[in-house]
Ligand binder design. Structure first.
Ligand SMILES: *Cc1c(COP(=O)(O)O)cnc(C)c1O
Length: 524
């Protein structure tokens, strides 16, 4: 069979009533190619229409759907009986997904570090999935590789990592932290082996490796330690102050203690924006300590990276330029869709620890010929061209516009914090440097105080079940707290005040019911 040489000559594929000249589109109507571009256009436009209607019509961030109610609908679908018709599949999708999805664009979604996304990035997403470049090798991506490299350089420059910096896009902050710690481990093993009075094997050093990070850091540090084959006690939690920032004196103490115990500190992980408190560890002091002790300094800026483009708050990240490695999550504070993240390193040579050559993919001679194969730097092989979303965002909106959006939510969090400090119904924890607010409902009378934990847990669940708003929960010093993570500039202070009223209502009713039940019980 001969294919038409030019797309313009291709028969209209979606129009199945008119028999295509080649018959190929009819035989394989779902395969995306030069014969089916009309069907591609129509199919995606129909999908976009459904999403647009949902976005336009969402009165709440969530319907309150429970897993128990939704699970049977999904398990009842016969996956071995295709519907063939995209419209029918989209109808079904309305019921099993779109209707009850959690909508981050809604101004009363205040829970986790999920941002509303910008349209240039959605455009990028549509393009990148259709072209489907894989960024492992130049011969599967071409320009995509260079665009990704340019964005890595741009990010490294924003951080200030210097002329030898490099990095790679990853699936998220968890993977970025993991890769950074993998590099740190390998560097530490090499160094320890070199410095040992007698030759040491890897397995002799591994159990002695330690990672120092604050008690408010992200759990991916612990997960990484496990994946890296370190011991159970490998992660040492360094004490934080009342603002939930790592205490440099405590860090110095732990470094000394490790030395005294003949342990090897393989990395210090500072957090630039803790997930709960939005607190930024004192980066310059930590950098000083790392330099003094000769330690790998990793900065987890998964959340705080938005400050890199903030027109007013870039200084909050001062000291990050001294890191050996940095995690950034564009899908948190750059308003990018999942996934979009990167790990950056000060010295590109350290990326060699992720390098393997395979004859079938990236033979070593290609590196000698300077063919840019990104797989040489990545722990993934086949890899999405997520960088395109950020590229179009920068080319259409620009960095300042992104930074201004982030600034707005940081301002809003400060206003919400002020509102809460004035509100006798609630107690609020430390003021965030970013956009979280951690607080709890405080029952008015002493008898109710014992019920505070239950009341806060209940308020969060009842609010989510109502779908009126979604907030997060966390624990502080063993007690249950509520948390706002503000990432939507559309969220107004009125929205926040309204959600506080809803929470106080749910919590207050919980306390009243419990106290009444107790009274009745005692009255016998
Ligand atoms: C969210 C977060 C991570 C993990 O990032 P993912 O993209 O969810 O994998 C790591 N560190 C911090 C501080 C975070 O807030």
């Amino acid at each position: 069979m001969s294919f038409p040489g030019h797309i313009a000559e291709a028969p209209s594929a979606g129009d199945t009533s008119a028999a295509p000249a080649s018959g190929a589109a009819q035989a394989r109507p779902h395969l995306f190619n030069h014969l089916t571009v009309d069907s591609y256009r129509r199919s995606l436009a129909a999908g976009i229409d459904r999403v647009a209607s949902r976005i336009a019509g969402a009165e709440r961030p969530f319907t309150g759907m429970s897993p128990a109610r939704l699970a049977p609908e999904i398990s009842g679908i016969d996956l071995d009986r295709p519907l063939e018709d995209p419209a029918a599949a989209l109808d079904e999708l309305e019921d099993v997904y779109l209707r009850d999805a959690v909508y981050f664009h809604h101004p009363r979604y205040l829970a986790h570090l999920n941002c509303p996304v910008v349209i240039p990035a959605l455009l990028g997403e549509a393009v990148l999935t259709a072209v489907n470049s894989s960024l492992d090798t130049w011969d599967q991506s071409a320009g995509g590789t260079l665009i990704e490299r340019r964005l890595i350089d741009w990010t490294a420059e924003r951080i200030g990592l210097g002329p030898d910096a490099d990095g790679i896009f990853t699936s998220g902050g968890t993977q970025s932290n993991f890769q950074a710690l993998l590099l740190a481990r390998e560097e530490a093993l090499e160094l320890a082996a070199k410095n040992a009075p007698t030759p040491l094997e890897r397995h002799e050093i591994l159990p002695r490796l330690r990672i120092l990070t604050s008690e408010a850091s992200h759990f991916s540090v612990q997960k990484s330690a496990k994946l890296l084959g370190l011991g159970r006690d490998a992660v040492i939690a360094v004490e934080t102050g009342p603002e939930r920032r790592m205490r440099p004196a405590a860090l110095a103490r732990e470094i000394e203690r490790c030395r005294a115990d003949d342990l090897v500190v393989m990395a210090v992980v500072a957090t630039a924006g803790t997930t709960d408190f939005g607190s930024i560890d004192p980066l310059p002091k930590i950098a000083d300590l790392c330099r003094w002790a000769g330690l790998w300094f990793h900065v987890d800026a998964a959340y705080g990276c938005g400050l890199l483009v903030s027109p007013t708050r870039r200084h909050l990240l001062d000291g990050i330029e001294r890191a050996d490695s940095v995690t950034v999550d564009y899908h948190k504070s750059f308003f990018q869709p999942v996934s979009s993240s990167a790990v950056l390193v000060r010295d590109r040579a350290t990326l060699r620890h992720a390098t393997y050559y395979a004859d079938y993919l990236n033979p070593a001679r290609m590196a000698e010929q300077r063919i840019p194969n990104q797989v040489d730097k990545s722990i993934q092989t086949t890899r999405r061209f997520d960088a395109l979303k950020l590229w179009l965002t920068l080319r259409i909106m620009g960095a300042d516009a992104i930074g201004s959006l982030f600034d707005e939510v940081v301002d809003r969090a400060a206003e919400a914090w002020a509102l809460l400090t004035e509100d006798p119904r609630f107690e609020v924890v430390t003021k965030s440097q970013l956009s979280t607010v951690v607080f709890r409902y405080l029952p008015a009378d002493q008898r109710g105080r014992d019920l505070a934990d239950g009341a806060n847990l209940h308020a969060r669940e009842a609010l989510a079940a109502s779908g009126e708003a979604v907030v997060a929960g966390t624990k502080v010093d063993g007690r249950h707290y509520l948390k706002f993570t503000l990432l939507n500039p559309e969220t107004s202070l009125d929205d926040i005040a309204h959600v506080l009223d809803l929470l106080a209502g749910h919590a207050g009713r919980y306390v009243d019911e419990r106290l009444t039940a107790e009274l009745l019980h005692r009255a016998g």
